[in-house]
Design a protein around this ligand. Structure first.
Ligand code: NAD
Length: 448
């Protein structure tokens, strides 16, 4: 089969959410002509006007710059790119299927089918979405079955490792590039796309489809396991005493272990880790290997228990009666520097307390508009001061810088009662206890 060997100039990105909008803007920054395609007309209108419909540091500037220069466009019409792009990236969502634990592949399947039918120029489709192993091989067959006669279209898999909050940096200067292909011509096309990173000696892992797909889910499973591992020890130190942060520091000095992702607290969330470990388990079970990834179910349970533990601590501190009690929840995005509240531990804690009858006042620097779409009856305050004023309990659930640097002096005269749960273990216990606060962290034994 003849493949794309000419110079890559035009690139399309299908799906312009967190991953796709970032990828599209960064491809423009790397010098390609780019069109981003999405089925959501509001998102496309906003991006076309140079506005980013979500929070990601540094990305609005890139979008505006390249939309203004004409190098980056957005459309809802796939036919716009079928006759134009040399390379098409698929970056649509793969959420957890409703009522189950597997990945919902309807978006990837629909995007691939419609795109392939729209393609009238020899080109390469590159999957970036996180998918169950076996997807690329299945889609490669689908592409050959649905492509227009006389047009050469092939498929590569190139999983994405960007972190929300650092998405631009991670896309322009990735720490590795993984490409799964079935032909070296396709790999060479991707070498052109990523020439700048390759010029900086970025590790380039060229492999088959299955390995490329599995690298992504293995990385996420490992990160989730690290977090749940330290949180399992937090359950022990909560009972026997001891200091979970010192424990993490001490084992983290061992370079074989490393300190990153060993912060005990209310656990992981977001649009990737939870659904990816569930989808991985589901996929291996389909393959008859359910025992191989059974430990991930335990990691998931440990993680979910942390949210319940934070709520139980709130009940303990309020003498088991939260009804009508004013509780300030600081942080409802799943991590700082993002407005993403998908499967967010902080939002879960806020919602559980709200549903139990507490007067929950949420403050988050970026996430309130998204949280309000899911839980419109919770109160979201525009400032931290408004959330904490009159509070009988403060709970820190996301480690935004402005919460990490809080001191008792910031809150002493605002709260009704000096009680705080630091559910991310980022505050100094001595500082708060000295200022007569009832100070609680996850992984810390409560005073009798
Ligand atoms: P998202 O929900 O923010 O964006 C998905 C976008 O795809 C939406 O805008 C949706 O309208 C669009 N879409 C759906 N069907 C479409 C179609 N047929 N044609 C065109 N557009 C379509 O999701 P996301 O966070 O960007 O994640 C996308 C994929 O990337 C997922 O597989 C995810 O696991 C993976 N991923 C995400 C991140 C991250 O940090 N968000 C990092 C690495 C990998």
């Amino acid at each position: 089969m003849v493949r794309v060997t000419a110079t890559v100039e035009n690139v399309s990105v299908i799906g312009t959410g967190y991953l796709g909008a970032t990828h599209a803007a960064c491809m423009a920054e790397l010098g390609f002509n780019v069109v981003g395609v999405d089925i959501d007309p509001e998102k496309i209108a906003s991006l076309s006007a140079g506005d980013l419909p979500f929070h990601e540091p540094g990305l609005p500037e890139l979008i505006r710059k390249h939309v203004q220069s004409g190098q980056l466009r957005f459309t809802t019409d796939l036919n716009d790119v079928g006759a134009w792009a040399d390379v098409h990236f698929i970056a649509v969502g793969t959420p957890q299927v409703k009522g189950g634990t597997g990945a919902d592949m309807t978006y990837v399947d629909a995007a691939t089918t419609t795109l392939t039918q729209a393609i009238t120029k020899d080109s390469l489709i590159v999957g970036k979405s996180t998918v169950p192993v076996g997807t690329a091989a299945r889609l490669a067959d689908l592409v050959q079955d649905t492509k227009n006669p006389g047009v050469n279209v092939s498929l590569a898999w190139n999983p994405e490792f960007l972190r929300e909050g650092f998405a631009v940096e991670d896309t322009i200067t990735p720490d590795r590039l993984v490409v799964g292909t079935t032909h070296e011509d396709d790999e060479n096309v991707l070498r052109q796309v990523y020439a700048e990173a390759l010029g900086r000696d970025t590790p380039w892992i060229s492999t088959d489809y299955q390995t490329a797909e599995l690298v992504k889910v293995a990385a996420n499973a490992f990160l989730a396991t690290k977090i749940s591992f330290i949180n399992a020890f937090a359950e022990v130190t909560e009972t026997v005493g001891g200091d979970i942060t010192t424990l993490a520091d001490a084992i983290g000095h061992d370079t074989r272990i490393g300190r990153k992702f060993l912060n005990a607290g209310v656990g992981f969330g977001g649009g990737c880790l939870p659904k990816d470990i569930r989808a991985l388990q589901t996929r291996v079970a389909e393959l008859g290997l359910d025992h191989s990834m059974r430990f991930l179910d335990e990691m998931d349970q440990i993680n979910l228990r942390r949210r319940k533990k934070a709520v139980a601590l709130a009940f303990d501190l309020l003498s088991q009666d939260v009804i009508g009690k004013k509780i300030a929840v600081l942080g409802i995005t799943f991590k700082p520097l993002s407005d993403d509240v998908r499967d967010s531990p902080g939002l879960d804690v806020a919602a559980r307390l709200f549903n139990a009858g507490a007067d929950v006042q949420v403050y988050d620097p970026q996430g309130s508009h998204n949280a309000a779409k899911r839980y419109p009856r919770i109160t979201y305050t525009p400032t931290l001061d408004e959330a904490v004023t009159g509070a009988e309990l403060v709970i820190l659930t996301t480690e935004w810088d402005e919460f990490k640097t809080l001191t008792p002096e910031n809150l002493n005269n605002k709260v009704t009662t000096r009680r705080i749960i630091d559910a991310r273990n980022v505050l100094n216990p001595t500082t708060w206890e000295t200022a007569n606060w009832t100070f609680t962290q996850l992984g810390r034994k409560q005073p009798e």
